[in-house]
Design a protein around this ligand. Structure first.
Ligand code: SAM
Length: 271
């Protein structure tokens, strides 16, 4: 368990207000979270005990997509926006499994992610970390840490995992994705994962309420809406699919569970 005394929080970090990154870290069994984060996560888990399995399933899909891009498509540079706190397998590890020369730029707007990310995810010439906001793509793409690592005239593998479901309809999630694509050359690929409302799980409404009141801004959406966020990309097989069913012959083991419908993945190419 993390030490929750206020002194244990890194400077500039408010341990009393839960954040997406820290609640998600707790679901994944991480230690970079505080009592306020665990309170929200525990409420969700009382209702949806398999929430941690859904988060793990999300990591499995990310791993499959990144390894596929690196190994089978020859992509050797990646951008992970809303990377979250370092976990047991991170995007640069998946990427380098597929291509030992792969490089990764991590972006997140939560300051605690910056602190732990810089300490753990930054490897000289392999991975770097920048604090950036999804809503400010021009700033992300002109950051010297990014331009020093990625060659934007060559295809980039983009990871938008469990982040677009934090974008409310009023902020135009499809437009946010489109805004990022403008900076990427043809041949770039995007893996997007998203909380899913399959319309058949009565607990989703309550889970939405808990997340909204504890954290704000977490939206479960239907498959058709999620597919629209990929407008401008050619959607590749198998379309919008449960995270554990997304190309299941890739790396990582099965995490079969009926409620994996709560998180889906979709993969596309910019032509
Ligand atoms: C649920 S976590 C997902 C972590 C990781 N991508 C994964 O799927 O395993 C969502 C992450 O998105 C980050 N995030 C949310 N809104 C963001 C924004 N506007 N700009 C950058 N990062 C953001 C949060 O800080 C958090 O770390």
């Amino acid at each position: 368990m993390a030490d929750d005394s206020p002194e244990s929080a890194p400077p500039g970090i408010d341990p009393s207000t839960p954040t997406f990154a820290r609640v998600y870290d707790y679901f994944l069994g991480g230690k970079d979270n505080f009592a306020a984060d665990r309170e929200v996560a525990d409420m969700v888990m009382q209702l949806v005990p398999e929430a941690p399995v859904v988060a793990q399933g999300n990591r499995v899909a990310i791993g499959r997509a990144v390894t596929y891009m690196a190994r089978d498509l020859g992509i050797d540079q990646f951008l992970d926006i809303g990377s979250g706190l370092p976990t047991s397998s991170n995007v640069h590890q998946f990427a380098r499994e597929g291509n030992p020369a792969a490089k990764v730029v991590y972006v997140d707007n939560d300051p605690i992610v910056l602190v732990h990310g810089r300490a753990l995810l930054t490897e000289d010439g392999v991975a770097t970390f920048i604090q950036g906001d999804l809503y400010e793509p021009a700033k992300i793409f002109s950051d010297p840490a990014l331009t020093g690592m990625l060659d934007l005239s060559r295809p980039v593998g983009v990871v938008l995992a469990a982040i677009i479901h934090h974008v409310p309809d009023e902020r135009d999630p499809a437009g946010v994705v489109r805004g990022l694509l403008e900076f990427l050359p043809a041949g770039s690929h995007v893996i997007l994962t998203h909380l899913h409302d399959a319309g058949n799980d009565p607990r989703v409404e309550e889970a939405k309420r808990i997340l909204q009141s504890g954290l704000g801004g977490s939206y479960f959406r239907h498959s058709a809406e999620i597919e629209r966020f990929m407008d401008g990309l050619t959607i590749l097989e198998p379309g919008v699919a449960n995270v554990t069913e997304w190309r299941p012959d890739g790396p990582a083991g099965p995490l079969e569970h009926p409620l994996h419908t709560q998180m889906v993945a979709v993969f596309g190419r910019k032509d």
